[in-house]
Design a protein around this ligand. Sequence first.
Ligand code: ADP
Ligand code: MG
Ligand code: ZN
Length: 677
Amino acid sequence: MPTGPKDRNPERPKETGRFGPPGSGINWLLIVAFVVLTVLLVQALGTSAYQEVSHAEVKSYIERGLVERVEIGSTQLVVYPLEGAEDDAGEALAPMRAVRVAADESLVPLLEEHGVDYRGLADPGCTGGLMMLLFLPVLLLIAFWIFMFRRMGPQGHAMGFGKVKARLYAEEGIKVTFDDVAGVDEAREELEEVVEFLRNPERFHRLGARIPRGVMLVGPPGTGKTLIARAVAGEAGVTFFSISGSDFVEMFVGVGAARVRDLFEQAKEKAPCIIFLDELDAVGKVRGGGGPMGGNDEREQTLNALLVEMDGFDDRAGVIVLAATNRPETLDPALLRPGRFDRQVLVDRPDRNGRCAILRIHLRRIVAVEDVDVEDLAQQTTGFVGADLANVVNEAALLAARRGAEAVAMADFRHAIERVIAGLEKKNRRMNPIEKEIVAYHENGHAIVARALPTSDPVRRISIVPRGMGALGYTLQVPLDDRYLLTRRELVDRICGLLGGRAAEEVVFGEVSTGAKNDLQRVSEIARRMMTEFGMSEAIGLVHHGATQRPMFLESPEGHGGAGYSDETARLIDAEVRELVAYCHDRARRILLHNRTLLETMSRRLMEDEVLEDEVLDAFLSQVMPLPEDEEWAREHRAGKVPVSDVAGAEGSVPPNAPPAGPVTPGRLTEQGSGDR
Ligand code: ADP
Ligand code: MG
Ligand code: ZN
């Protein structure tokens, strides 16, 4: 699975403006609090004006009759001299303190003898400690308070201090234009209109046309939503305020909402401009659907603020709100009504021409050999989104640099594609010979079965070099065209191909390994969807049993995630799935038995070379003998006779370019995972 870089925002806008006055009342308040506390503490510890003397001196003052009163603690004496008493130097005596010598038992008799008043003294060390204890919570509170202010950034809202200041990203002079975006022509056309509004609003106002307030960009991750939003700002030459959904949702209730309000306030001052709300699903989820944990108050407040703001500004203000999401179905319907995000623009996966164009854009940035076959690269990258393609080009440049080459060659691109599909090669991971043999037969099983089936995509490469994510080997099949619709026959053939690996293990070793886990997972998914979603089983009929995506407020409380069919139907579905898979399994086995010798020679070669591709692979695969019935079907099919039962599409259910099951895999990869060990 390709994993593009997490942050798809190459030039993260720098923070150019913090809003609101810098440094509000908070700092002063803290300083005052600290001063007061320190004074209190100093007093509490009693380090005030006592004169320090020795125990012996105290006794001598008593003997000389200068003392009025003594307080005796367990560790100290506090001595109050008589009024007007003077010391040897003739200066007036101040109250004194001495560390008490505990062993001296003559003190009390001495005091009584001289008629000095004395009393016990609660330990001052102890009082100090007590005072500390009293103030400790206060100190902690203050520390916590400071901590919170730091965390929240300049945001005194929660305590009612300071002005609310949203941490915004305002960008001027964006250089990105529509020339940097390709393969999403429909979106581009729609947005060109928005650019026109921003450049020349008068033209529209004159005719009384209302400029749309919000445009929602909808599409899978990495298709260039963020990029195209920036391009709109770049083309129109306006300020670009962008904030991501996760920025709204912060710790204190009301902060997100405050940010929304502040954002719109700032934007109105800068009009004409664009406000871009990235990853809107973070706040835009259907309200009141908090689930068992209760609603998310913060998110709701933020969303409400957003709705209010979007209603609140005049469409003459020249502020256009763009938003991006890859999960439009989770958005609150209130967001999508006219006057808010009334336009939705699909930013879809690019088709082959689109991929060519995107590759060309990214090729501009690197030094490549003259004859880069962009068409071929586009063909090998079915299902890739813009971010994946950018990644491929960059990986290729890295590989070439590591080679020490002058320019990026075609082979680098080919390896980069593989890397994006299958993860990094783990050259230093050694498989033991037995494992290697199993993997070799397994992968060749996939390849031979796929080749023998009339509707399968061509096999481009077989590898048993271990890769990241636990894959020990893979068979890469690349479709010739982008597919939007798949027939029943094609799905069945696909299942057969996926079972080819396991079947080869059985045929050759009479024993199976854990390596088919991933294959089986995909087999079950395809088969199940054929029964429950595509209506491809006669016994089950033309009923959709899959999970429907309905807005939450329509859902009955008990029907939450319920399957929506009876136990009987569930049993029927299971039976049909099992039957189909068993049929496919048997077919894969028969194909392999039919091609047993080829499987042997091919696997021996694969163990030696570790990779089979190009002419070597083609030479092997051209020897594959299809089953007689498949040959006949192919003959009829070529003659234009398509058996009626074969034309069962899944119109509308299959997202463009998506294989019928699971997440969209660029190319098609039959991997042998290491399984659970
Ligand atoms: P999204 O916001 O849809 O997840 P991004 O706009 O962040 O995707 O795309 C990430 C990167 O991928 C872009 O910066 C760009 O380099 C590349 N990219 C994505 N789509 C396209 C495209 N249609 N044309 C050119 N480059 C693209
Ligand atoms: Mg994005
Ligand atoms: Zn496999």
